[in-house]
Ligand binder design. Sequence first.
Ligand SMILES: *Cc1c(COP(=O)(O)O)cnc(C)c1O
Length: 380
Amino acid sequence: MANFQHTIEFIRDFYKSADFIPLHEPRFRGKEKEYLIDTIDSTFVSSVGAYVDRFEQMMQSITQTNKAVAVVNGTAALQVALRLAGVKQGEEVITQALTFIATANAIAYNGAHPIFLDVDLDTMGLSPKAMEDFLDSFGEVREDGCYNKSTGKRIAACLPMHTFGFPVHLDELIAVCQKWNIPMVEDAAESLGSTYKGKPTGSFGQLGIFSFNGNKTVTCGGGGAIVTNDLAIGEKGKYLTTTAKKTHPYEFFHDELGYNFRMPNVNAALACAQLEQLEGFLTAKRKQAIEYAGFFGKEGIKFRTELEHTEANYWLMSLEMGDKMERDAFLELTNSQKVMTRPIWQLMFRLPMYVNCQRDDQKNAIYLEERIVNIPSSVI
Ligand SMILES: *Cc1c(COP(=O)(O)O)cnc(C)c1O
């Protein structure tokens, strides 16, 4: 077993801190205060305002998409993105079990059922091979999409998640989705700024979503965004997340079940100031990843790095331990010495709400569940 005391010393040295070191804390070193004061002075702190528009413009430009919709958080973004992709009550959505709870919950909020398929060991995200294998056994393409022969239900979408900012094998996944006529929605909540063959994650699917929660690379307290290249879908997204109200000078007429999922202007102000610093955050994180990689290489501990043809945003840096016992020892020692670390999520099918969902053998997901830990990853 490696000497984890060295790791603790290295991290303390890196952050030049003898106190508690969190996993990921925000940095407000741009125009945050200026923009916040501006929203207060303008009185437009709530659901309409110039910063919301500006945030949407910035997100379109950063993700190279045609339409971005600001929403209240990433989970809400996912819920609506799935509905926009055509997911309906009683249908099914293919996703990975190795993810944060929001991915699975957003499927359930639409009254749909997750199908949990395995991840790849190298990306830690949904495996094109696992999806192809599943569909070879259970898929049937009909006029209105792909059906699951074992349940008779339509597989309405595929929802891969770019774990910790490492892009999934997008070309291969898109090929499988096209072959089986299944729309793809990207859970890019963790991967703002990550690219695959030079293109931003979130821009590959019919829709993509991002989160601006307090622990993400860029935060606005709480917030989310839906992005798409399909203008009509994007406009519909804006409509649905702002209560589905028909434009009228004074009448209230809502012609669909919409949501109040708007991002307040005060949060958007924070988001704009943060997005202005995205490049700087990405550079700082990349530099840290290189330093970590050098250190852990010498220690004989596996530090997870980006794959060829991809750029990860290195949101949360991760280590792969030899086995679960080593993982537990690492978590125990680091946390007891106030250097925050944590394991990757428990697989979704272990949670009471999702125990009965259809799934494959989850060989890789279980392997990673027992070994992956996150270490402090805040920008210095
Ligand atoms: C953070 C996150 C979300 C969305 O989270 P919110 O806290 O609702 O903004 C969704 N999916 C994944 C994988 C996430 O990490």
